[in-house]
Design a protein around this ligand. Structure first.
Ligand code: FES
Length: 115
């Protein structure tokens, strides 16, 4: 199967993600299967690799289940690093100053696409 197949189909419907909520999908990037965390902000969706820069663990505590702090940060379930949902930068915790790896996403026709 061509590696580019995942770019030919939407990742998820926008409505499948609660506003101000998260979703997780598996995608093929550069031939590797990767888990992606997506965050919906109204009509916009931002995405990052589901890999914490601290120790390389997944950010979710169960597949697709992500923690959000009261001040609106994504919190890594492993050791509690907090990430800005604007730009994926680590604002507190063991990898402060580092950042999640952004994956560009687009919303078109009510669907979320890579790119
Ligand atoms: S792996 Fe995320 S805080 Fe340690």
């Amino acid at each position: 199967m061509p590696v580019s197949d995942t770019t030919a189909a939407p990742l998820i419907a926008l409505d499948a993600i609660a506003d101000a909520g998260f979703a997780e999908v598996e995608v093929t990037l550069d031939g590797d299967s990767e888990s992606l965390v997506m965050y919906r902000d109204g009509d916009d969706v931002r995405g990052w690799l589901n890999i914490c820069p601290h120790a390389g663990r997944r950010l979710d505590w169960a597949p697709g289940q992500f923690l959000k702090s009261r001040d609106g940060h994504l919190v890594c379930a492993a050791h509690g690093a907090s990430f800005s949902l604007d730009d994926g930068s680590c604002v507190a915790g063991p990898c402060k100053g580092d950042r999640l790896r952004a994956v560009p996403l687009q919303v078109r026709d009510g669907q979320v696409w890579l790119g």
